[in-house]
Design a protein around this ligand. Structure first.
Ligand code: URP
Ligand code: ZN
Ligand code: ZN
Ligand code: ZN
Length: 485
């Protein structure tokens, strides 16, 4: 069985051109004019882009005394409905370590996922067991390790632990990821605002000012440089963090930055809403910022100092958010966005001229695939690539609303936003899994795990340079040594 996508304009990260796409089985067979296949997908008047990759999700994650309510089933289907064909989720080890946690994640994902998926492994402490398990995790097809510099007393690691883990990443050909916020300062400010009687969601933002993120971003980058490994900073939300990344890149360091669609489009005013539920639903870390930071993030995407746009989809119900009534530090941190990332970014980015369509593709798919080392299996429209494609209709519109979303959460942080540009079809490994206007349902179990090999290239370059410039003992012959001591 073959399928041909006919009459569309292909948008790749590097060019725009008109061609049909022939799919055989799960992969792209040919690209060119006037192709024929057993079935035809109509792309007239539409763009054909690589399926989106969301590199940052937390489906059913146990966190802050509860579990994120978005399931693998609802979350991955929500993703497909918004043009995202692969999600990369964070495995959080418990007492039993990384491999046990990986089994737990596998148990949930394999049964439920409609979209393809991959994992990042979190490093939440340091010991010989961590050192050993990291190698086994890499063998299992995971080449990224995430470190939290915040969530003191829970997931946070200290500098010495991070340095040890970064060195291990360098040796294994893995890429460290960092949640960069100074956890000590956050804890101190949380206490201060609670002591002062400021207990509402606005204090969440007050306790995590941009300096806290800028400092930690800079520290993470310097620690990575000392360890001789590239580094990827997740959810970059402010100019201070972006500035640290920009500066490092200009100095030749391989540093990647990931803003979220939420930080690009929503600001801290959300926390000043009189409705407690409204404000609490928007509590996430880092918090939404003053509007001026949004300009910095958009500029970074255009200039290339920031490379990818994610969601950090970590969705809790209103009921769960209410665990923090009277104490903002207990509001589960996280917001949704998985199904809205591409339409919101297109509407606020491409439709406004902040991004070109090609930059959109780079930020939502191609750059991510390259950074995570799954290119050109994913993130590309090339013969041999997985046929993960979105037929994007720039004329389709909708008003985002919890009432008709695929996510099972009872609200949406983008409620009321009118988007222009939506998937007409989403295709995952050759199968049409979402059609606009048809009442598609999740197909749990069809999603496949995407194995990611370690990437020797960058790490090798860094470690070669590190070795060439390493501190070395000076050899001194006896006549240059003090006599008689
Ligand atoms: O608030 C957030 N971002 N929740 C998810 C966990 C994390 O920090 O990424
Ligand atoms: Zn985080
Ligand atoms: Zn996250
Ligand atoms: Zn001499």
């Amino acid at each position: 069985m073959s399928t041909v996508i006919k009459g569309g304009t292909i948008i790749a990260a590097d060019r725009t051109y008109e061609a049909d796409i022939l799919i055989e089985g799960e992969t792209i067979k040919a690209i060119g004019p006037d192709l024929a296949g057993d079935t035809v997908v109509d792309a007239a008047g539409a763009y054909v882009m690589p399926g989106g990759i969301d590199p940052h999700t937390h489906l059913e994650m146990p966190f802050m005394g509860t579990t994120a309510a978005e399931t693998w089933e609802s979350g991955t289907f929500a993703a497909l409905s918004g043009g995202t064909t692969t999600v990369v989720d964070f495995v959080i080890p418990g007492e039993d370590g990384m491999l046990a946690a990986l089994e737990a994640w596998e148990g949930k994902a394999t049964r439920q996922a409609s979209s393809d998926y991959s994992y990042h492994m979190c490093v939440t402490g340091w010991s010989e067991k961590h050192f050993d398990e990291m190698a086994k995790v890499v063998e299992r097809g995971i080449n990224t390790f995430k470190h939290f510099m915040a969530y003191k007393g829970a997931l946070m690691v200290n500098d010495d632990e991070m340095f040890a883990s970064f060195q291990r990443c360098a040796a294994l050909g893995a890429l460290p990821l960092v949640h960069a916020e100074n956890g000590d300062i956050v804890a101190a400010l949380q206490k201060k605002f609670m002591d002062d009687g400021v207990t509402g969601p606005e204090a969440h933002a007050f306790s995590r000012p941009p300096e806290v993120e800028g400092e930690a971003t800079n520290r993470a980058i310097m620690i990575a440089d000392a360890a001789g490994v590239p580094v990827y900073i997740v959810h970059v939300s402010c100019e201070q963090a972006h500035e640290a990344i920009r500066r490092a890149r200009q100095a030749g360091m391989r540093v990647y930055g990931e803003p979220l669609v939420q930080h690009l489009t929503l600001d801290e005013g959300e926390y000043f809403n009189r409705d407690w539920d409204y404000a609490a639903r928007r509590v996430m870390s880092p918090p939404f910022r003053d509007k001026k930071h949004q300009d910095s993030l958009w500029a970074g995407l255009a200039a290339g100092s920031l490379q990818v746009v994610a969601t950090d989809h970590c969705a809790f119900t209103t009921e769960q958010k209410r665990f923090g009534l009277g104490n903002f530090t207990k509001i589960p941190n996280g917001t949704g966005g998985l199904e809205d990332r591409m339409p919101v970014l297109w509407t606020k980015g491409v439709e406004t001229g902040r991004l070109t369509p090609n930059e959109f593709v780079a930020a939502t798919s191609t750059n991510i695939a390259q950074i995570l080392n799954i290119y050109p299996q994913k993130g590309a429209i090339l013969p041999g690539s997985d046929a993960d494609l979105v037929v994007w209709d720039p004329k389709l519109t909708k008003t985002i609303s919890a009432a008709n979303q695929k996510s099972i959460i009872d609200y949406n942080v983008f409620e009321g936003v009118e988007v222009r540009g939506l998937p007409r079809y989403t295709i995952s490994r050759g199968e049409v899994v979402w059609t606009d206007g048809r009442n598609d349902a999740p197909r749990p179990g069809r999603g496949k795990f995407v194995k990611r090999k370690p990437f020797p290239a960058i790490n090798k370059a860094l470690s070669t340079w590190k070795e060439l410039t390493a501190p070395r003992a000076v050899t001194r012959s006896p006549e240059h040594m003090p006599i008689g001591v």
